[in-house]
Design a protein around this ligand. Sequence first.
Ligand code: C2E
Ligand code: MG
Ligand code: MG
Length: 698
Amino acid sequence: MTESSETNDKPLILIVDDSRYLRLKLRQVLEGDGYTVAEAEDGQQALSIFKRFQPDLVLMDCVMPVMNGLSACAQMQAFPGGNRTPVIMITGLSDDNAVDDAFNAGATDYITKPIHWAVLRNRVRRLMRARQTEASLDKVEALARSIISRAHDGIITVDTYGVVKSFNPACERIFGYAPGDVIGQNINVLLPDFHDKDGFIVSQLIGEDEVCGVSSEVVGRRNDGSAVPIEFTFSDFCVHRQCFVTLILRDITERKRYEETIWHQAFHDNLTGLANRMLFKDRLALAMAHAKRNNNGLAVLFLDLDRFKLINDTLGHDIGDQLLNQVGIRLRNCVREDDTVARMGGDEFTLLLPEIMKAEHAARIAQKVVEAVRQPLKIGEHELYISTSIGIVLFPDDGQDAETLLKNADTAMYRAKENGRNHYELYASSMNAKASERLSLENSMRRALERREFVVHYQPKINVKSGGITGMEALVRWQHPKLGLVLPGEFIPLAEESGLIVPIGEWVLKTACAQNKAWQDSGFPSIRVAVNLSARQFQLQNLVEVVSRVLKTTGLDPTCLELEITESIAMQNAEHTVSVLNQLNEMGIQLSIDDFGTGYSSLSYLRRFPINKLKIDRSFVAEIGTDSHNGAIASAVIVLGRSLNMGVIAEGVEREEQLNFLKDHDCFEMQGFLFGKPMPVEDFTHFLMAQKQPCNNN
Ligand code: C2E
Ligand code: MG
Ligand code: MG
């Protein structure tokens, strides 16, 4: 055998025969047919050539010295791949035993001597063709196996019942199962949603050309029970009338995460993490549709920070950015989880408040936001103060679509800026004039304290027996920049409702005490100042503390202070009243019941309260000298006061007739226009100076 056969592309045939002549003859015939030929003269030699060159076909004599053809054939089968090489036995024997022996030893075919050359050549050709087909199949299979085992994608083959037939290493990585765990199991172990309810989906997929190769997404389940997003395509194939489906799948966790990030970036502001304009509009459209369906409303608050540019320009964008971020956090904290807070750009923010019908409700939230934003912010070294102006619109009153609503909210916000910043404005059409007036009053009242627009007037209380002044009542007024002097009847109820009465009341108390002390210090005799307490103030847990702090800071003697509460306040929570009044009484403060007769007093409680004086309401004083009742109630109150051992003072005394009636009924202390109206400090100072003899006898 020549070495050239190694590189030769022609099929190689090994001829094994001890007859040199026959080998030569065979060589001639086979080479003539285009094969390469190798020769061996016995079985042993044949084995070593077989092992080294792996011929495509062997022609072998049965009877040979050293090692006969049968045992050489049998041993060739044992070599790797040896059983796939066709062996044609050539023998002179043609009895049944000889044929059986040859096939038992692994021979593929059998030919007898004398050789019929045409038969030999055709058999060789047929076997060679089969051999080549087999080789190319081997190649295809090896290729497929290498692709499947190295593929980055998972590849699973299932039969028409969904039973897993193969499961590649990529699938092991995706699902965490070993092939042995899933081969033979149903695919729904891995892809629970893959089946339809009848479990027939796999068989239905076969032959569905339009879905073959189309990628779909499904949720897979890992060995540890966790879910994994999967993208897959499938193809089907049939072998020997049996059909299979191959799924090529991929773990798309990363892609999903990436898509989520992209989605988040597309719809959120990357500085504050809040929704951006696009998402806000989308949510607004949804909320409007929802509100329409349910006959409900919603509110949009449009915010712009006041003088933000100044911070940005003086402290730099870095600080500006941090500030915007902090504001974003505060806004989030002001609203509920399902409200949307968005940054529209720059220093503009919006709030979407679903299910709000009333302007008042939106206004309360806006006020909360104003308060939250104006709290000092600590950014690095800096303590920053910022405020915000807010425009409020309501759906459906202020606009039927998102654009109009935002435009109108923006308009309202600008109005808030024009009117002095740091507050909210409602878009005008959303409310009737009265509500609008009320809210704007509440709004400006809030700022009135800071702007020192409140003043206290003092009205004297007179002892008509001596003609001297016994005390004075402090009455608050609001010096409104546009409306002029506003009387308490117009703003106290609103202040009470909004809670503003607490800081206003405390201011009045402080002012009245300080003023009384100032009058005393400038030489006027000590008289008592009476301050009205509202229900809300009286319910405060720390009322006693506040009063004693004010007395301490102003230096006023507690006996020079009187507190007026109405019957209804006193009776609201009688136990609380007893305890608070006792504490105030122990401090030396005088206590009186204002507007007595207009409420519903329980006389037994009244007896338990440490009250010094009843003030007859001016409506009963007004009845004196008229046809109706003619002072009956006033005289009854006087009797009641006396029997309860309390002093009685009549307020609203305007006429001599009333004065005389009261005097006749033993009521000597009075307050009213007849003696003096509530006066500003200077006027009251003159009033005091005009007094001949103060009277401090009660
Ligand atoms: P009030 O405590 O009963 O005060 C007496 C009111 O009667 C005052 O009205 C006073 O101006 C008015 N008045 C006094 N004499 C006459 C008179 O001869 N004729 C008439 N027609 N009226 C007279 P004003 O100042 O408008 O106060 C109304 C109410 O507002 C007060 O009634 C009091 O309940 C409340 N108020 C005033 N200042 C304060 C305050 O600082 N805190 C609280 N919580 N309430 C206050
Ligand atoms: Mg009063
Ligand atoms: Mg009164």
